[in-house]
Structure formats: C-alpha cells, structure tokens
Design a protein around this ligand. Structure first.
Ligand SMILES: [Zn+2]
Length: 303
C-alpha cells in the first residue's frame, strides 16, 4: 500500500513543487508532513508556513472562476514543427508527450469565465506542458484572448506560469512577445483593464512580454520571477546576488509588483480590482439565461 509516496529519484526541484500525488506530503517550505486532503482544502497552501505548492490550470479555474466554469476557446490550436527541431527528442514527440501528460493541446487555456459575476477574458498557463513555455500556439491563444477582451469589452485576466519562450520554435516563439505586447498596447487604447497574476515561476519571454504589462500586476508569495535565471546573471555580472533575489517579495520591494496576494485571497482580490477598474456595473451578466454577452459586448458603464 503506497500511502506515503517518497520523492522519486531524479526529480528536479521544480517537479517537487508540484501538487503531491501521495496521501501525505512534505512541505517544500518548512518540511512538515501534511495530509494532502488538508492541503487541497487550503488551495495547496501549507497551513504552517504558507508555502504555496504549484498548482495547474484546472485548479486555478476552479479557484478563480465562478462555479469553476470556463467556456474554452481555441482548444484545437496545435503547434507545427517549423524548424524540424530535435534535441533529445523530436519536437512533435515532445508535444505529443506533453499532450498526453496534461490532456491539453498546448501550454495555455483561454476562454470566457466569470469572476464575482463579471465576465472576463481569462487565460491560465500550464507549467506541466513543457515548462509553460510560449511557442506560436501560446502566443496566438493569448493574442486572441486579448482581442476577445477588446471585442466584447470585458476585462482581461491572465494567470502566468512559465519558464519562458519555447526554444524548439526559435524566432517564431520570440515573435509572440512582440505580438502580445502590441495587442496589449491596443487594449490600453481601448481602455479595457488587464490584471496579470504571476505564479511560480514566471520568467523570461513571458515575463518580458504580457506577464509584466498588466494595469495591475499581482503575484503569489514566494514565486520565482525574473528574466534570466540567477546562475546566468551571477556568471554574467560576476557578483553575488542579494538574498531573495527574483522572489515576489524582492520584486514588490523594487516597485515591479503592485501586490503580493495569498492564493486564498486571490479571488476576492480579483473581484475588488475588477470592480474598481471596470465600474460597478460594467460586464456584470444579467440573469436572463444567456451566459455570454452578445457579439459587440455590453455597453460601457456610465460611471
Ligand atoms: Zn510549510
């Protein structure tokens, strides 16, 4: 009976931060042994030290969206293999493995959901899909999520979790940074609010594009944030890095983050922010049986 699953040999530090699959698990923060059901009840936050275990796209959808419901769009977009890239595996094989492991076509899930009764264009990244890396599919889906927010005149919320651009697609993945950033500039012109939620980790090409361009940027405690990793920076500048470098807390101290929000407070915080940014009535669905706004979106709040 495998009631306590020990960490498997060869797991990386990142893997250990994922949702544990045994009945009991050891906290990555304080080392305490915790009953997994208790953790699940607390949204995978350690009751002793508030260490935030990494959770996946499905948990964020359940946590943040009303009734845990997302009307998904662009599910069928799948990546090509433009460079015929091969490292240890061919890129199409790597994609197929990730698809089987996660049940997703690529590393982001996008659609329309409601937060506190207010419709939002919602996207959430999945780290288990090739490190949440952004290739042409992730970039295109995020771009369409931004366009959907503009067309329907509803706020945009993106939960980021990514190791950066997807090297297997070379320059095509880097182009997604420009594409999403350009569209976010249009979103600003259209006066549609965008809240960026950073989770552990949000780095490199995703951090250097849409993740850092929110009107409001919030992060979970203790998330690793940044562009290049600490080892690369240390070796480049040949200096020791300050303690806590690249953590949410360090970013907030240096003015990059608006707020650090515990996972248990994420949804109420989003509801408050959306109300503040959109006006009290804008985007709230009437209970008329229709779950989505009509094409063209709801009228703007007169407030
Ligand atoms: Zn702990």
């Amino acid at each position: 009976m495998e009631w306590f699953r020990k960490a498997k040999a060869g797991l990386t530090r990142q893997d250990k931060q994922d949702i544990p699959d045994g009945l009991w698990t050891k906290c990555g923060g304080c080392g305490e042994i915790i009953y997994a059901r208790e953790l699940e009840r607390r949204f995978w936050v350690c009751p002793s030290c508030e260490y935030h275990f990494r959770i996946g796209h499905a948990e964020y959808i359940r946590l943040l969206l009303d009734d845990g419901v997302l009307e998904e769009y662009d599910r069928g977009l799948i990546s090509g293999d433009p460079l015929k890239f091969k490292d240890k595996k061919k890129y199409p094989e790597r994609i197929a493995d990730a698809q089987q492991k996660t049940g997703l076509a690529d590393a982001v899930v996008c659609g329309i959901g409601k937060i506190g009764g207010r419709a939002v264009s919602f996207s959430v990244m999945e780290f288990a899909f090739i490190g949440g890396s952004m290739g042409s599919v992730v970039g295109e889906k995020v771009a369409r999520a931004i366009e959907r927010a503009m067309t329907r005149r509803i706020p945009l919320v993106i939960v980021a979790c990514s190791g950066g651009a997807r090297m297997q697609e070379g320059i095509l993945s880097l182009m997604q940074m420009a594409k999403t950033s350009f569209l976010l500039a249009e979103l600003v012109e259209a006066k549609i609010p965008y809240i960026s939620v950073l989770t552990n980790p949000t780095t490199a090409g995703v951090m250097a594009s849409f993740a850092s361009l929110g009107d409001v940027i919030i992060a979970e405690p203790g998330a690793q944030l940044g562009f290049a990793g600490p080892r690369v920076i240390r070796e480049t500048i040949r200096q020791e890095l300050p303690p806590g470098f690249q953590s949410s807390e360090f970013f907030q101290e240096h003015g990059f983050l608006d707020k650090i929000v515990k996972r248990t407070e994420l949804k109420p915080t989003l509801i408050n922010l959306l109300t503040f940014l959109s006006g009290p009535n804008s985007g709230v669905m009437e209970k008329t049986g229709s779950t989505l706004p009509m094409p063209g979106g709801l009228p703007e709040s007169p407030a």
